[in-house]
Design a protein around this ligand. Structure first.
Ligand code: GCU
Length: 422
């Protein structure tokens, strides 16, 4: 694929103050300093054969790429556990001004019920049939997503000393979750607190779901086994296991969505679990939609240093060595084909690499074309607030900073109306 720019990144070496940083390239925010790179071709198999039809993609190239992302980037997850079971904890048919039904469901990961996550589900009351839904993890607890006094507060699982020890206040994240708007547009919403699945800090994989699946004598994941992002994605798939059983949900029309680190998880969930009918990545950045080889803003080295628990151990070998990665993030987007995917960036969120996120959509497009579908029709970054939604890869840059706003959600709903509404 195309070679872009020429430049050798300087090495950041701060008199040996931090060994880990010694090999870390300086942070680059200058487009003219993006180094030359050659992206791996999603349509060339590892044995060199070219993929020219959808059947070969699906039977040969897709599994090959999926395995590379599994073993080199996010880590292999255990699949659906045998003991998985659900309990509806409560239901209220008259919530959000009688517009919606609220249901809370415990998803137990094992028979012995030692560990569970709670799904908070809202279903529009105005419905004649099963409804499409958006499913996404939340950062601060189920009770923070809207001003509904009866939602069971999630048990806070922040790093010791980080965040309020007794949890975030109710509705603390309401600006990010336009529940009423979704309900008014005929969508349900399901959400789970990320900390229910795996708390977001490096504790050697002891306090989340990982230990439930350790083999005898195992104390942490193997180098090709799941980190925290893969655990979150796995949790989204377990939520999907429940949604398949809910009589008000159309499990064939579930859009998985996430912002930032949870956007990375949503992309991996959508790529690895084809039951998700649509995927939305909001400002997912490095390890999400942004191309790693661009080394723009957040890099593989930096993300692994600051968040050593997010990816599998194997991913660390690509720190400062992105050209050796057998994949790049356009191929993560391509794994979602032929299902619709929306990539959203924000103009002031340079940390997430706006152009890198856009280019992942551009370079995933040939895979959509194999299916006779339009991917991302533009090859030039659109103006701010000018969404491109005509193909199966939607894209926009919203004015403003790193956040997920009602503007973003309105675009996702428009895109979902096109692809999921019947
Ligand atoms: C940090 C991190 C990003 C991540 C973001 C978030 O900025 O470097 O990779 O996306 O947190 O989740 O808000």
């Amino acid at each position: 694929m195309s070679v872009v720019k020429r430049y050798a990144l300087p090495v950041f070496c701060c008199l040996g103050l931090f060994c880990a940083r010694a090999q870390e390239p300086a942070m680059n925010y200058d487009e003219s300093l993006v180094p030359d790179y050659v992206l791996p071709d999603p349509l060339t198999c590892s044995d060199g054969t070219k993929v020219t039809d959808a059947a070969t993609w699906t039977s040969k190239r897709r599994p090959e790429l999926l395995a590379l992302f599994e073993t080199q980037v996010y880590g292999k997850a255990p699949g659906r556990p045998e003991g998985l079971h659900f309990k509806v904890l409560g239901e209220d048919r008259y919530t959000l001004g009688n517009m919606a039904t609220r249901r809370e469901i415990a998803v137990y990961f094992t028979d012995d019920e030692t560990h569970f996550m709670t799904i908070l589900l809202y279903i529009p009351n105005k419905r004649t049939d099963v409804v499409p839904i958006f499913l996404g993890l939340n950062f601060k607890g189920n009770h923070t997503i809207c001003d509904d006094p009866l939602v069971t507060p999630s048990i806070p699982r922040t790093a010791p000393g980080k965040g309020p020890s007794d949890g975030f206040p109710r509705a603390a994240a309401a600006s990010r979750w336009p529940v009423e708007m979704l309900i008014a547009n005929g969508y349900g919403l399901a959400t789970v607190y990320r900390g229910d699945i795996d708390p977001d800090y490096d504790d050697g994989f002891q306090n989340g779901v990982h230990p439930l699946f350790y083999r005898d004598g195992q104390t942490r994941p193997e180098p090709d086994e799941w980190g925290t992002i893969a655990a979150w994605a796995w949790g989204l798939s377990r939520a999907m296991d429940y949604l398949e059983t809910d009589e008000d949900v159309d499990c064939e029309r579930v859009a998985v969505i996430g912002h930032s680190r949870l956007g990375k998880a949503a992309l991996w969930a959508g790529a690895s679990d084809p039951r998700f009918a649509m995927v939305v990545s909001n400002e997912s950045g490095c390890g999400g939609a942004a191309l790693a080889r661009r080394r723009y803003a957040e890099t593989v080295a930096r993300i692994n240093r600051l968040f050593p628990h997010w990816f599998c151990e194997n991913y660390k070998q690509y720190a400062g060595n992105e050209d050796a990665l057998p994949v790049d993030q356009h191929e993560l987007v391509a794994l979602i084909a032929p299902r619709p995917v929306y990539i959203a960036s924000a103009a002031e969120d340079k940390w997430s690499d706006i152009r890198g996120e856009f280019l992942a959509g551009v370079h995933a497009t040939p895979v959509y074309e194999l299916f006779g579908l339009e991917g991302l029709p533009d090859t030039e970054l659109p103006e701010n607030d000018a969404p491109e939604q005509s193909g199966y890869i939607g894209y926009h840059v919203r004015s403003g900073g790193h956040d997920i706003t009602p503007y973003d959600w309105r675009q996702f709903v428009k895109f979902a109306d096109k692809h999921l509404k019947r």
